[in-house]
Unconditional design. Structure first.
Length: 215
């Protein structure tokens, strides 16, 4: 009697040496230009022999709504779980438009998670090459300079306001009655969070008020 032997299909296991790539894009609208950029990013990943595991797109309208960076938040969640090895984006300003300090902070977080990053249109902005540490150092220096410039502009603006209007700068003094009330509430067993809620201030401010009242 002739028997038929059934053979199972051979499944090629994934290559452990192949990098897993996540593509991130940020755009104002999902238009043809965005699709063209995504196509080029996919093609680049393919040429690098990277496996594209996901594509995340944030639609930004120009506001500061948290919904506009839900995709970026997901990127960090996936990076934390080490679900990809390389983050590929079109350009640094398409990755983040929150200034140098925030951007370098984001890139540093990725680096801490062991995830590399690469800008498609700015080949020198990449943590994959031998100049990785130099790039991080340069971006950090730019971020520090931006912080200094912002501080100088703020101080200059405040000084100009003081000279023109005779305005007294600094935090307005809290009325003694409010300080006493905060201290009384604290002695009554309320937490700083409860005091803050009752008096309409932040928890940190509630702590400061109690400390001032206590002398």
């Amino acid at each position: 009697m002739k028997t038929t032997k059934t053979t199972k299909p051979i499944i090629t296991p994934p290559d452990p040496s192949q990098k897993k790539c996540l593509i991130y894009a940020r755009c104002s609208t999902r238009d043809q230009e965005t699709e063209n950029q995504l196509a080029q990013l996919r093609d680049y990943a393919k040429k690098q022999d990277w496996q594209v595991v996901d594509e995340i797109i944030d639609i930004a309208s120009g506001g500061k709504s948290s919904k506009e960076r839900e995709g970026l938040d997901k990127v960090f969640q996936l990076a934390h779980r080490k679900e990809f090895d390389v983050l590929l984006f079109w350009a640094l300003d398409r990755f983040s438009r929150e200034g140098s300090r925030k951007t370098i902070a984001y890139l540093t977080i990725l680096d801490d998670y062991g995830v590399a990053w690469h800008s498609f249109t700015e080949q020198y902005l990449s943590s994959l090459g031998i100049f990785k540490d130099c790039i991080i150092s340069l971006l950090s220096t730019l971020a520090k300079q931006e912080k200094i410039r912002i501080s100088e502009r703020t101080k200059a603006g405040l000084e100009r306001t003081r000279r023109v209007n005779g305005t007294r700068l600094g935090r307005p003094k809290t009325a003694p009655e409010k300080l006493k009330k905060a201290l009384k509430l604290r002695k009554g067993g309320l937490s700083f969070a409860q005091i803050a809620e009752l008096m309409g201030v932040s928890r940190i401010r509630a702590f400061q008020m109690v400390k001032l009242a206590a002398g």
